[in-house]
Ligand binder design. Structure first.
Ligand code: PLP
Length: 389
């Protein structure tokens, strides 16, 4: 006989966080319920390269299925060190300065937990990726908000300067930026280096879209800036780079002193990450064309999607990187963006993300985010619907 949980016996819990289900889950579910084309959550609807699966399966068949070293498989850390050296001209020590993580989200949480103490302040640029602030809250830190200024989503470093106090422990940056598609450039890195000089501020640089930059731009990794690299944890994600968001594997780079602290938390947070997937990726990434080709691959998708929206009433904002396209909809509706996104999903049949959810105060510029990491057929079908709005 089956029984069910007796809820009257469950202890009372005081919620640690006051957060709702993320908008990504909400919109993906609504899209599925309404049969809408899902351009909301950021994941590809196309298959990854079978060569990656074969490399991973080979590792499984060779019996490489037990716990890997806590910091990551040596062959994967070596491949990451080589890739970073060749792209950014700096060699991180594979044993002391690179750690493989269970995706970028875990890396971000672990970095925040490693460096932020109760009462510490963390500067976050709005609009921001949704895991940053709950992670800061969980460890008792306080998010302090700077702005990427609408509509070009660039930071104003003078305003950031004014936010720095003796309690500032960390600054989180994200370029290429989700949701805005904007990029930081070498001038921004210089400004950030100037602001943090002589302080103990740790920079957490979320660079998960590092390979997805368009129109000939170069990704300005903090790794390229010697002074910043020394105080930074750099986060990347294989999910974004190899179309495997469900594998949840990424890595962090950081100076040995910072990495030691990071690993203390990592050790008891996840301990280690899927062995055969690490080996599969290590073999696969040795062919640099696989990450170097990503920018052109997604630039084609961006251009294809933008062409689909030609003649629609959406006003497209610039998209310099990532696989997200922002659009203003003033010419279509004066609904708040949350309601507009729901209406789009239910009535138009295309699910989008309202950009106000990326702001702590719900700032609403009447902008929605489309994900164009989709097959051309999906983008074409969406385009047909969107041109009719
Ligand atoms: C800016 C940013 N950081 C981190 C992540 C999380 O990456 P992962 O799936 O590797 O945890 C995402 C995923 O959408 C993201 O957009």
């Amino acid at each position: 006989m089956e029984s069910t949980i007796n809820h009257s016996l469950t202890p009372k819990v005081t919620p640690k966080l006051t957060v709702a289900t993320t908008i990504f889950t909400v919109m993906s579910k609504l899209a599925a319920d309404c049969g809408a084309i899902n351009l909301s959550q950021g994941f590809p609807d196309f298959q990854a390269d079978p060569a990656l699966f074969e490399a991973t399966l080979r590792a499984m068949r060779e019996g490489r299925n037990q716990y890997p070293p806590m910091i990551g498989m040596p062959e994967l850390r070596a491949a990451i060190a080589d890739k970073v050296a060749s792209l950014y001209g700096v060699r991180y020590d594979a044993d002391q300065e690179i750690t493989v993580t269970a995706g970028a989200t875990q890396a971000i949480f672990t970095a925040i937990a490693a460096f932020v103490r109760s009462g510490d302040e963390v500067i976050v640029f709005a609009p921001y990726y949704d895991s940053y602030v709950p992670s800061i809250d969980t460890v008792g830190g306080r998010a302090v908000y700077a702005q990427l200024e609408f509509p070009d989503y660039k930071p104003d470093w003078n305003k950031v300067h004014a936010l720095i106090t003796p309690r500032t422990r960390m600054i989180i940056i994200n370029s290429p930026n989700n949701p805005s598609g904007s990029l930081l450039d070498s001038g921004d890195l210089e400004a950030l280096a100037g602001l943090t000089r002589g302080t103990d501020i740790v920079v957490l640089s979320d660079e998960v879209y590092e390979h997805i930059v368009f129109d000939g731009a170069r990704h300005a990794s903090v790794a390229t800036h010697a002074e910043l690299a020394a105080r930074s944890i750099v986060v990347s994600s294989f999910g974004k780079t190899y179309h495997i968001t469900g594998w949840k594997i990424g890595y962090v780079l950081g100076a040995a002193e910072l990495m030691r602290e990071f690993r203390k938390l990592h050790q008891f947070n996840v301990f280690s990450v899927n062995t055969p997937c690490q080996i599969g990726i290590a073999n696969y990434m040795r062919d640099a064309s696989r990450h170097l080709g990503l920018a052109a691959f997604y630039q084609n998708k961006r251009d294809f999607f933008r062409a689909q929206l030609q003649g629609s009433r959406f006003e497209l904002l610039p998209c310099r990187g990532t696989y997200f396209q922002l659009a203003r909809y003033d010419a279509i509706s004066d609904l708040p963006d949350l309601e507009f996104a729901q209406w789009m999903t239910r009535e138009v049949g295309v699910a989008v993300i309202p950009v106000s959810v990326f702001y702590q105060d719900g700032r609403d510029d009447r902008v929605v985010r489309f994900c164009f990491a989709k097959q051309e057929a999906t983008l074409m079908a969406a385009g047909e619907k969107l041109r009719r709005v």
